[in-house]
Structure formats: structure tokens, C-alpha cells
Design a protein around this ligand. Sequence first.
Ligand SMILES: [Zn+2]
Length: 194
Amino acid sequence: MIREILKMGDPRLLRVARPIDNINDPGLGAIIADMFETMHAAGGVGLAAPQIGIDLRLMIFGFESSPRYPDEPPVPITTILNPWMEMLTEQTEDGWEGCLSVPGMRGMVPRVTRIAYGGLLDDGRAFEREASGFHARIFQHEFDHLNGILYPRRIRDMTRFGFIEALFPDSALAALEASSGGTPAQAPAADPRA
Ligand SMILES: [Zn+2]
């Protein structure tokens, strides 16, 4: 079932989400299925449970190939419960980000370039990985959602925050945003909508 995605300004997006106590809760599978359906319908590459109003530390992300991200390598399609993250460097890089909860806009956000992260898979097994670049960016964006942080709060230079059609007036992304109400087929490089 496609769920409503909460928009910036909704206080539920500002909560620090609760850990999942019972991994075997039979309701979790339906929530995860709804999150994937909602993310795909919205053209996103990541979604955190608080974005559909569910106060749990649960996130999904990833894509195998996406015409929207022609320059980006695949990011494993992942569901994580109770995630953790460790920064493996202090080095950051800037990249454009969007968010399904901040529709029509993009901002330039610094993110740490290399991280380790982990948590529980949907079958309850623990796992961990290292990630860099776009993969690390998507994870950090979703992890922020679980702590009540939306990407505009990470922007250092507010002159690099605005509406897609104004920032990228000649891009396919702008045309698609304008005509479809927000399902871009191609985005500027490093542009997660999550
Ligand atoms: Zn987001």
C-alpha cells in the first residue's frame, strides 16, 4: 500500500525515532513492503519509517540500476532495523540532495565520504558494511531521518538551496518535476531523493 509521505514542517519528522524492541513483530513485514512501494511510486532511492509517520528506527534504500543516476554505481537494496553508523574519516564532500519530504527542492550537503554501518536485516540477522561516496551519502541521509534531522539543516551555504526548476532550469529533471509532479527520470549526478 502506498502511504502518504510527510512533508517538512510536520512535527513527526522531528522526533528521534524509537528502537524496534520486537524484531518478530508480525506488523513489520507489511510496513517494510509499504515503504518499498511508497519509495518506488515516488521515484526515491531511500525512505525512513518516520517519513510515513511510523516512529521506528527502520530505513530502506538502494537501487540496482537507475536512469536517474546514470553516473552512480548500484547501491545494494537494503532494509535495516535499528541501524548504527561509524564515520571512518573526517573528510567530507559536497553533493546535491533532495528528499521526498521536501518535494521540488535541492540543496548542497556535505557528507562524510567513508562510513561503516550496520544493524539488523529484516530476518533479524545482524550485519555490517563499509560504504563510500553516493552509498554513504544515502545512508547518512536516511540515518538523519531517524534522529529527526532533515537535510536542509545540514546545508552550510544557503545560497545553494532552492527549487529544482530554478537551480537546474535546462535539466531533464526540472522538466519532469514540472510535468509529472515529481518523478524524475534523470537527475544531476549525486542527487538522492530520499
Ligand atoms: Zn529524506
